[in-house]
Design a protein around this ligand. Structure first.
Ligand code: ADP
Length: 481
C-alpha cells in the first residue's frame, strides 16, 4: 500500500505520524497519509512566501506554458484520476469524468489570465497627474478544499490564486487528501511549477484547526480560499475578520428546482433526477427541493419516483453505477437520521428512504413538515423534498425562504418568463430551463446569503489581487500651505 508524503517547497516530505485513508465503498485502507502538524503548515507558508516574488514577476508566457502542461497531464492521467476518485471518495464515473474535464478546462483558461488587463488608467483632476489603478497579487493564499468534488475543487482552490500571481498552500480535506491535494501537487511538480509556488499539507481527521491557526497567525497569508460547509465557512469568516484577512467562501446550498406547468415533463423528470441524485447528492449544487406547479405535480412526481427507483446503486468503480457510497458511514447515518426524523414528523416516503450498505437509496419525500430539518437545510445525500406550489410566485417565495442562495433551476418552455423569474431568485446562479448543477471555469460560480461570497473564474481577480493607486506628476505645482 502506498505511503504518501507532503509537498513543501518542492520537496516530498515524510512524517512520523500517518493516518489511514479509507475506501468509502469497501471500508478498507487504500493509502497511508502524513498526519501533518502546525509546524508543517509553517514550513509550507515559508516556502510559499519565498517563492512569491519570483512567481509574481514571472512573464505570463512562462506561466501559461506551465498551466497548459498541467492540463495535458491531467488529461493523460484521466483513467488513474477516475480510479482514485472512486476508491478514495466513492465517486462514480460520470462525475469523475466531469471533474477531470472541468479541471483541464480551468487550467487551459487560466493559462491566459496572466494576459488579462492588469489595471486601468483613470483620469485625474490634478493638473499634470497621470493616475492608474494597478492590480497586484496578494502574496500567499491558503486554500482549504473539500472531499466532495475532491479533484476539481482542489484545482479551483489553487489555480485561481496562482493565475493572478499568488503562491499557494493547500490543505485538502482529510477525507480526500490525495485526490483533493497530493495528486494536484504531483501533477504540478511534473508540469514544472517552481518550488514553493504550490505546497500541499495533510492532516489526520479532526486536526484541521492547528493548520488553520497557522494560516490565520501568519502575516504572509493574505487570503483564505475555502470551499466547504456553511458551518465551517462561518468559523473561518469570523477568524478572518479578527485577523483582517480576506476570505473567499464557496459554501453549502439548499438549491430549489422549480418545475412550471408548461414544462416538458419528460425533460423535467430527467433534469430533476440528475440534479437531485448526481454524485449521490454530495455536490453543493444538488437540488434539495423540487417545487412543482399544482396541475402537473402528480404526473411529474409519479414519473420522477419511477426514475429514482431505477438508478443503479453500488460500487462506484463499476461502469453504469449512479449512486455510490456516501463519504463515510457517519455521513450515511446522518442522512438516514434526518430522513427518519422527517418521516416521524409526518413526511411521506415516495422512493428510497433507507441505507443500502455504505450507500443511501435515492429518496424522494413529500409532505415534509416545516419543522423538519430537511425542509430547509442541506442534507448532503441523495434526498429530494417534493412540494406542490399554486403558481410561479409561490415557487419564488419558497425558493427565497431559506438562508442559502447558491444555485437554482427553473424548468419552463417559456424562456422569457423564466428569465424574468430568475432575476427574482436570491441565488448566485440560476439556470432557466435547466437544473441546478453546472460549472464552467469562465463563469462566475458562487453564492449569496449563507452560501458564501466571491466568484470563481476570471472574476476572482478581484479577490486574489490588490488594487494599487499609483500616480506620477509632471512639474512642481503649488500646495495650499
Ligand atoms: P464537511 O463537513 O462536509 O467535511 P467541512 O466544511 O467541515 O465540510 O470541510 C471542508 C474543509 O474544511 C476540509 O478541508 C476540512 O478539513 C476543513 N475544516 C473543517 N473544520 C475546519 C476548521 N474549524 N478550520 C479550518 N478548516 C476546517
Amino acid at each position: 500500500m502506498r505511503e504518501y508524503q507532503q509537498y513543501i517547497g518542492g520537496q516530498w516530505t515524510g512524517s512520523d505520524q500517518l493516518f489511514d485513508d479509507l475506501d468509502p465503498y469497501r471500508g478498507t485502507v487504500m493509502a497511508r497519509i502524513p498526519a501533518g502538524t502546525r509546524s508543517d503548515a509553517a514550513r509550507a507558508i515559508d516556502a510559499a512566501a519565498a517563492a512569491f516574488p519570483a512567481w509574481a514577476d514571472r512573464p505570463p508566457a512562462e506561466k501559461q506554458a506551465l498551466f497548459l502542461k498541467a492540463a495535458d497531464i491531467v488529461e493523460r492521467r484521466e483513467d488513474e484520476i477516475k480510479e482514485l476518485l472512486a476508491t478514495e471518495t466513492g465517486c462514480a464515473g460520470g462525475f469523475a469524468h466531469f471533474q477531470v474535464l472541468t479541471a483541464t478546462r480551468l487550467l487551459r483558461q487560466a493559462a491566459n489570465w496572466g494576459y488579462l488587463p492588469a489595471g486601468e488608467v483613470i483620469r485625474s483632476d490634478m493638473p499634470g497627474t497621470f493616475a492608474l489603478a494597478l492590480r497586484k497579487p496578494l502574496g500567499v493564499v491558503a486554500g482549504i478544499s473539500p472531499w466532495n468534488g475532491a479533484h476539481v475543487l482542489a484545482w479551483r482552490t489553487v489555480v485561481n490564486p496562482l493565475a493572478f500571481g499568488n503562491t499557494v498552500v493547500l490543505k485538502p480535506s482529510e477525507e480526500a487528501p490525495i485526490s483533493a491535494g497530493l495528486l494536484v501537487a504531483e501533477i504540478m511538480a511534473e508540469a514544472g511549477f517552481p518550488d514553493g509556488t504550490i505546497n500541499v499539507i495533510t492532516h489526520a481527521p479532526g486536526q484541521a484547526v492547528p493548520i488553520a491557526d497557522e494560516f490565520f497567525d501568519r502575516p504572509e497569508v493574505r487570503c483564505i480560499n475555502f470551499t466547504g460547509s456553511s458551518a465551517t465557512g462561518r468559523i473561518l469568516a469570523e477568524r478572518a475578520g479578527r485577523a483582517l484577512k480576506r476570505c473567499v467562501l464557496e459554501l453549502g446550498g439548499y438549491n430549489p428546482l422549480i418545475v412550471l406547468a408548461d414544462a416538458d415533463l419528460d425533460y423535467a423528470v430527467e433534469a430533476a433526477a440528475f440534479a437531485a441524485f448526481f454524485h449521490s447528492g454530495q455536490i453543493c449544487m444538488n437540488a434539495r427541493k423540487v417545487l412543482v406547479e399544482q396541475p402537473v405535480y402528480d404526473t411529474f412526481i409519479d414519473r420522477l419516483t419511477t426514475r429514482a427507483k431505477s438508478l443503479p446503486t453500488g460500487d462506484p468503480a463499476v461502469p453504469g453505477t449512479i449512486i455510490g457510497p456516501l463519504i463515510t458511514p457517519a455521513a450515511r447515518d446522518r442522512v438516514a437520521r434526518e430522513v427518519d426524523e422527517a418521516v416521524a414528523e409526518g413526511a411521506t416516503v415516495l422512493a428510497g428512504g433507507g441505507s443500502d450498505g455504505p450507500c443511501y437509496q435515492p429518496t424522494i419525500l413529500a409532505d415534509v413538515p416545516a419543522g423538519a430539518r430537511i425542509h430547509s437545510e442541506e442534507t448532503f445525500g441523495p434526498v429530494l423534498v417534493a412540494q406542490p406550489v399554486a403558481d410561479a410566485d409561490e415557487a419564488v417565495k419558497i425558493a427565497n425562504s431559506t438562508r442559502y442562495g447558491l444555485s437554482a433551476g427553473l424548468i419552463t418552455s417559456d424562456n422569457q418568463r423564466g428569465f424574468a423569474l430568475a432575476r427574482r431568485i436570491e441565488a448566485g446562479v440560476v439556470h432557466v430551463n435547466d437544473q441546478t448543477i453546472a460549472d464552467e471555469p469562465q463563469l462566475p460560480l458562487g453564492g449569496v446569503k449563507d452560501s458564501g461570497w466571491g466568484r470563481s473564474g476570471p472574476e476572482s481577480m478581484s479577490d486574489f489581487t490588490e488594487l494599487q493607486w499609483i500616480t506620477t506628476r509632471d512639474g512642481t505645482g503649488p500646495y495650499p500651505i
